[in-house]
Design a binder for this molecule. Structure first.
Ligand SMILES: Cc1cc2nc3c(=O)[nH]c(=O)nc-3n(C[C@H](O)[C@H](O)[C@H](O)COP(=O)(O)O)c2cc1C
Length: 215
């Protein structure tokens, strides 16, 4: 079986990214790009991002999670702390996040350090979730092998019974990570493969060095 994709080719022509449009703080540019993507009809699930970690087995692994908040400090997502990614972060908290919004011909790549968010903040977000999602966090021992779909359904039922008529509290193994960026690269597709790449790198005094990278 083979399929040749060598003629899959697209010219990127929508926008440009010039140094003159780059604010000092990359979070300001992230906010502008994110808002624009959020308003664009071409982008679905603007906040879906890939996160890559280096696992205990030495391999990198990517998967999608949802960005739930960004602040001047960094990027927050929620997950199970005992999942494969949780264990990887415990060992090595250097991680990479990336967004790709094809309709805008834009990519953002963030390298940073992940830290568990303060418990009260994780509680706050957990409490804002629908009951079904709260129970799902209890029912799923994320990343472990299960014998069948049925096992999951039964686990959900048992937690529905356990919490019936009671407040569904946050499981301690579930919460947020704050990713504090050390570099953020903005990629804007341009014609003739001469794409714009602007990288912000954090300096010792926490200011940002802005550099253009060859595409
Ligand atoms: C659109 C989308 C959104 C997702 N959002 C999350 C999320 O916010 N948190 C999460 O733990 N998993 C999320 N997942 C599932 C993850 O991709 C992944 O399957 C799960 O976290 C287990 O990953 P791990 O075994 O590598 O730890 C999402 C998947 C998709 C496709």
């Amino acid at each position: 079986m083979a399929k040749d994709l060598s003629n899959y080719r697209k010219s990127y022509e929508k926008e440009e990214l010039l140094e003159s449009n780059c604010p000092k703080d990359p979070m300001d540019l992230f906010k502008t790009w994110f808002q624009n993507a959020d308003e664009s009809e071409t982008v679905e699930e603007t906040n879906a991002m890939s996160i890559s970690t280096i696992g205990k087995d030495g391999f990198p692994k990517n998967r999608i999670v949802l960005l739930k908040k960004f602040t001047s400090e960094g990027f927050i997502f929620y997950t199970n702390y005992t999942s494969e990614k949780g264990k990887a972060i415990e060992d090595n908290n250097n991680i990479c996040l990336s967004f790709f919004w094809p309709g805008l011909e834009q990519q953002i790549i963030i390298k940073g350090k992940a830290e568990k968010q303060a418990e009260n903040l994780s509680d706050g977000y957990f409490n804002s979730r629908p009951d079904g999602s709260k129970l799902g966090a209890w029912a799923s021992n994320q990343s472990t092998v299960v014998t069948s779909r049925n096992e999951l359904e039964e686990s959900l039922l048992s937690f529905e019974t356990r919490f019936s008529g009671k407040e569904i509290t946050r499981p301690k193994h579930w919460g947020g990570y704050l990713v504090k960026p050390i570099s953020i690269e903005f990629w804007q597709g341009r014609p003739n493969r001469l794409h714009d790449r602007i990288r912000y790198l954090i300096e010792e005094d926490f200011s940002w060095k802005i550099e253009r990278l060859a595409p």
